[in-house]
Design a binder for this molecule. Sequence first.
Ligand SMILES: [Zn+2]
Length: 263
Amino acid sequence: MMTIETTAVHDRLVELIQLQVLYNRMHALQQKKGDLPEQIEDFQDKATALNHSLQELSSQLRQLESDIRTLHVSNDSLRDHEIKLQKTLMAVRNEQEYYKIETELRETRLTIEKNLRDISRLQARVESLRHRQSEEQKRLEEIRRLIAEKEAQLAEIHRLTHQQEEELQERIKALSEHIQEMDVRLFRLFERRRRSLRGGQALVPVTVIDDKEGRVACGGCYTLLPRQLQWELMQRNKIFVCENCGRILVDHTLFEEVAVSMP
Ligand SMILES: [Zn+2]
């Protein structure tokens, strides 16, 4: 069984539990922010992509509208030409000339019709792009609204937790200094574990896993503990470390007593 040598074991145990409880509270406060920062970043990426797509749509629409205008202008002058040709046709003197002008007139009318078909094809494309533009605009507005909402939530959580975090920070600092004075090796060991273990849990209460037998396991990695260790933990006169995960183990009743007594 791995133990840590120290003096005034009970006092040290209580102090370490207090320190761990403060860190657990700090961790819980930080968890409140959840994944809000990631969510905001995600929405911002989506907004950027939509903005880009909307710019692209605008430039396509400008191009199509200019093409349509060009076709209208072309048809206007073709129609003037058509009228001129019609007048000329009335005044022709021979068959050959009549045939020539009539052919030109037919070609002019065909071009006007083709232009009209092109205009309506382009117009349909414009309408479909405008529809997409308005859908994307709505989505962008919705995303902007969500970003504002999430940012407000985050600011509110920050406002509520900021003072608590500062208070916890101060208590952690004072207690850390005290433990360091009492036993610097013990403190360093605790800190190393805290920095390397998930959730910063350097110390855990044992957890009762079977009510009938009353067997206990490490509260961090759930490795079943030998009965001898379980008994020794209850004596509270040595500091034990879980052989599997390296967390400092304490009797769960002592842990609860200390945690409940803390302001
Ligand atoms: Zn463990």
